[in-house]
Design a protein around this ligand. Structure first.
Ligand SMILES: Cc1cc2nc3c(=O)[nH]c(=O)nc-3n(C[C@H](O)[C@H](O)[C@H](O)COP(=O)(O)OP(=O)(O)OC[C@H]3O[C@@H](n4cnc5c(N)ncnc54)[C@H](O)[C@@H]3O)c2cc1C
Length: 299
């Protein structure tokens, strides 16, 4: 009997690897292996892959840049799919920009800047892919990626379909999306602006980060969502948790909503540290913190 990986190989042209440590693909540098790691060559290849995975009932998830992802130490029993080869961008004369999911956020910000298009300057400081940024409704400095969105292209059971922005429910760092749906591309409407102003805005965003986020160790940005009207970092600080360490995981001394890998951390260290933070913050402030970082895989 053929192994599932051989069946997949028979219909899939992209790169197909087995037992790939996801620690290599996440910014926290923790996480056990994915049974399968697949990199489709293009959208048609992705469709074939998803179809065969679903037929074989192999669980799957898309990994973007891994900048907002905590994979447990046991890894992922199924397929991690990277869209890093699906990364075309086009700009039309009226300021409409289409970017595929594998494009980097910084690449899109730079493209918009090069065309004198304003609106996505804040993306310059947010690492990751456009797919991940849309999935998280990433944002900073008062802007979020859905502000300028026109439509999303999603891979459904029967192909890629375009959905108007107004069909989605989204909010602060969240987009309601069925778990198996894959974001393929997005269209944004941007406004004409001066290159000089766009560059100045980007520099200001980067400068602000340099001042507040120079944590120097692997991290996933803000670990917890900001509760309404409050800053998670302040609640963590007021609970006296700055520098708190579990194994190789630590509450950053520089930014208390950044949990850092001081070296050799396991995912379990981060999960334990997060539990302690949630408990202590609740005890001191009555606020229940929730993870912004997406957690997947098994212990
Ligand atoms: C130093 C640092 C600073 C940061 N600053 C910010 C900030 O200011 N603002 C902010 O919002 N975030 C910030 N982040 C977090 C992170 O950069 C963003 O959440 C980013 O948008 C994640 O993109 P990614 O491609 O890495 O997604 P991943 O971490 O790979 O994935 C995130 C989630 O999206 C899903 N996903 C990814 N691609 C797709 C797709 N194509 N279709 C469907 N689902 C998909 C994944 O399965 C996962 O659930 C920061 C992170 C770091 C390390």
């Amino acid at each position: 009997m053929s192994r599932p990986i051989d069946i997949i190989r028979s219909v899939f042209d992209g790169e197909l690897l087995e037992q790939v440590p996801l620690a290599r693909h996440t910014s926290l540098k923790v996480g056990g292996p994915a049974d399968i790691f697949a990199i489709p060559r293009d959208i048609a290849d992705l469709r074939n892959l998803v179809k065969i995975l679903d037929e074989l009932q192999i669980p799957r998830f898309v990994i973007g840049g891994g900048y907002n992802l905590l994979v447990r130490d046991g890894g992922f029993r199924g397929a991690a799919i990277s869209l890093c080869k699906i990364q075309q961008m086009t700009v039309s004369k009226d300021g409409e920009v289409r970017a595929e999911a594998g494009v980097s956020t910084i690449g899109l910000a730079r493209l918009a800047q090069a065309h004198g298009l304003s609106g996505l300057e804040f993306l310059i400081g947010i690492p990751g892919s456009i797919g991940g940024a849309l999935r998280m409704n990433a944002g900073a400095h008062g802007g979020e990626i859905f502000d300028h969105l026109v439509s999303l292209e999603l891979l459904d059971e029967d192909g890629v379909h375009t959905y108007d922005k107004k069909t989605f429910k989204y909010g602060y760092r969240c987009l309601q999306l069925e778990p198996n749906k894959i974001i393929i591309a997005a269209k944004f409407q941007l406004a004409a602006g001066s290159q000089e102003d766009i560059c100045a805005e980007m520099d200001a965003c980067l400068q602000k980060r340099r001042e507040t986020q120079q944590v120097r160790f692997p991290n996933a940005g803000s670990f917890f969502r900001n509760p309404a009207g409050q800053a998670a970092w302040r609640l963590i600080d007021e609970a006296g948790l700055r520098g708190l360490t579990v194994g190789g995981a630590q509450v950053s001394e520089v930014h208390t909503n950044f949990l850092i890998n001081r070296g050799g951390a396991q995912a379990a260290d981060f999960l334990r540290l997060a539990d302690i933070i949630k408990e202590r913050v609740f005890n001191t402030s009555g606020v229940k913190l929730e993870e912004e970082v997406r957690i997947t895989g098994e212990d």
